[in-house]
Design a protein around this ligand. Structure first.
Ligand code: BJW
Ligand code: ZN
Length: 253
């Protein structure tokens, strides 16, 4: 029979065929080929042009709600126009090849869902689920397809429909806790899996970056897919240095 897993190590193909429980842990690199900027890539990452402390913290939102809200509206508009790429599709397809698959993402876009993945654990929240900054009541996005605001445009956040306080983006900022249900589902999946893929993440942001470590400690095989070297390279059983949209379709083939 023809081997369609071009350049994928046979040991990985075997591990995948034998696996009962698989975790796919993703970061911004998975959406890069959909045109959504990563955070830490030297030339194209958001943090090369924007100051994380001035945008992605609760203090920043309190000090300059209009700058922070405007920046997230700009990113929401980008995410709405983006479409899933071959990596998102391959991950959704993988669920049909293994008995149990859990997708855990740090991404705040919904491209995994739009590719057909279900039950995705969003560790860092969503651009599409704003909530009240005071009473936490869920709020609906103002319009489904906002005109793309300029990346530096100030937009005052809307007022909460329940209490009138400013509405905030439904994402997890630095210093904030991860959503408890998503985090406990992710931990459980990582500790019980046979095989974990860490795809397109710099593996620097905690506690999310603990997940591959937990899987390793529990005896799972860990496979990393990333064009660059990360702190996980030394520990992973297999590092596939390439673009997620090139590599994942060959893994799943
Ligand atoms: C490709 C590719 C292609 C490119 N194919 N690959 C322990 C030590 C030190 C600090 C801490 C610690 N524990 C906690 C902290 C503080 C902090 C933290 O981790 N800081 C580190 C940076 C050091 N963590 C927190 O604050 C967390 N909360 C917390 O700990 O709460 C407990 C607490 C409560 C109260 C007080 C104190 C503590 C919360 C972290 C929230 C992170 N939020 C963000 C922003 C979300 C909103 C938004 O979108 O604006 O989440 S930061 C940003 O980083 C975003 C991402 O989800 C996250 C991870 O980034 P990711 O996905 O890995 O992207 P990049 O850009 O870093 O990497 C992309 C990778 O893709 C690269 O490797 C490329 O090579 C690769 N790539 N193209 C495949 N085509
Ligand atoms: Zn409210």
């Amino acid at each position: 029979m023809k081997n369609t897993h071009h350049d994928i190590p046979p040991a990985l193909v075997q591990a995948l065929h034998a696996a009962q429980r698989v975790v796919v842990f993703t970061g911004a690199g998975v959406s890069a080929e959909s045109g959504i900027a990563t955070f830490r890539d030297a030339l194209t990452g958001l943090w090369s042009r924007f100051d994380a402390q001035a945008l992605a913290t609760p203090e920043a939102f309190r000090a300059h709600p209009d700058i922070v809200w405007g920046w997230y509206e700009w990113r929401r508009a980008q995410a709405l126009r983006a479409t899933p790429n071959a990596a998102h599709h391959a991950i959704a397809e993988l669920a049909r090849h293994v008995p149990e698959l859990t997708v855990v993402t740090q991404n705040v876009d919904d491209l995994h869902e739009r590719a057909g993945s279900t039950g995705v654990a969003h560790l860092h929240g969503s651009l599409h689920a704003p909530r009240c900054s005071a009473c936490a009541a869920p709020q609906t996005c103002a319009n489904e397809a906002p005109d793309e605001p300029g990346e530096g445009r100030r937009i005052p956040p809307p007022a909460c429909t329940v209490c009138g306080a400013p509405v905030r983006p439904g994402v997890v900022w630095f210093g904030e806790s991860l959503p408890g249900d998503a985090w406990s589902a992710a931990l459980r999946a990582a500790e019980q899996c046979d095989l974990l893929f860490s795809i397109g993440t710099s593996a620097l942001v905690y506690p999310a970056a603990e997940l591959p470590q937990r899987a390793l400690a529990a005896g799972a095989t860990v496979v990393q897919i990333n064009p660059a070297v990360t702190p996980l390279d030394k520990q992973a059983h297999c590092n596939l240095h390439g673009l997620a949209a090139d590599v994942m379709p060959r893994v799943v083939a």
